[in-house]
Design a protein around this ligand. Structure first.
Ligand SMILES: [Fe+2]
Length: 295
């Protein structure tokens, strides 16, 4: 079961997602009211939470692939239980079905994410909170989709919850001048890895894609944040502060990850982050893969 709590946007009261009595879990039947609930009866598209994040929960590979292609779906949660092969084999199979993994040299094609106090350059491998971001901000070709597979969840279901916030919602609220600044002003994201290698992206926070859509690139933490290279006459500093404030005040959707789940996340459609883990001894182990970018 995937659980979600505290959907909300500025101006709305956040609170726990409503659930109906008598349902033991969300298999998409429409009884529990959780994200993706009702998907077996409501087609196409996923369930939209009050925070505007469309999540689809599936149990079959075919439905998973359909959901990932569906433009209405932001996040697909695939339950591997009952599937053929080990969890890792199913993860690798899904990566292949979706077009294969990109190889960010800093992480390898399939990255294992687990607390490691020695990885001082990695927020993902620290036990503290992971701020809202999109993956690969510093990569020339940040992924359009990525997978998170839950090999081992945290021991405390209230720790390490994944936080998702809708980019569509954010862009519908942003003042026009700030939205233009994200498209026109030039910024740089630079990351130095554990070995001193630097990856850099120079471009826009809203990067235009050949499809006519925009890739939202966002990260703002103590290691990587947008540095303004050229403002092009647009209020980019103010725009960055507006985005920070929006994300700070927006609850989004919180998911408790369960063993055997694989999340397929559309990287430009939702930001993702994480609540603090239960501690430095958290056993949480995720597999992550970036899918080769489709423009
Ligand atoms: Fe991430």
């Amino acid at each position: 079961m995937t659980t979600a709590t505290s959907p909300g946007v500025p101006g709305q009261t956040a609170g726990p997602a409503a659930t109906k009595a008598g349902c033991s879990g969300c298999g998409g039947c429409g009884r529990c009211g959780g994200p993706g609930c009702g998907d077996r009866r409501r087609r196409p598209g996923g369930a939209s939470t009050p925070a505007g994040v469309n999540i689809r929960t599936t149990r079959t590979l075919l439905t998973t692939l359909e959901a990932v292609k569906d433009k209405q779906v932001d996040v697909t949660v695939f339950d591997t239980h009952g599937g053929a092969g080990t969890f890792r084999e199913q993860f690798e199979s899904l990566v292949k079905e979706l077009g294969g993994a990109q190889d960010p040299h800093a992480f390898g094609t399939i990255r294992e994410i687990k607390v490691d106090p020695k990885a001082i350059k990695s927020i993902a491998m620290a036990a503290g909170p992971h701020p809202d971001h999109t993956d690969g901000t510093f990569d020339a070709s940040s992924p359009s989709h990525f997978l998170l597979g839950v090999q081992t969840p945290d021991t405390d279901p209230n720790s390490g919850r994944t936080v998702l916030k809708s980019v569509r919602h954010l862009l519908s609220k942003i003042p026009t001048a700030y939205g233009e600044a994200l498209k026109r002003a030039e910024i740089r994201y630079a990351r130095t890895d554990e070995d001193g290698r630097v990856d850099t992206y120079d471009g826009h926070i809203l990067e235009p894609l050949p499809s006519g859509e925009f890739a939202f690139r966002w990260r703002h933490d103590d290691q990587v944040r947008p540095e303004v290279v050229y403002d092009a006459g647009y209020p980019i500093v103010e725009a960055i502060e507006w985005v920070r404030g929006y994300l700070r005040e927006t609850s989004g959707v919180r998911l408790t990850l369960l063993q055997g789940q694989i999340l397929v996340i559309k990287n430009f459609r939702v930001t993702h982050g994480r609540d603090p883990l239960s501690g430095l001894d958290s056993p949480r182990l995720l597999l992550r893969a970036w899918i080769k970018r489709e423009d």
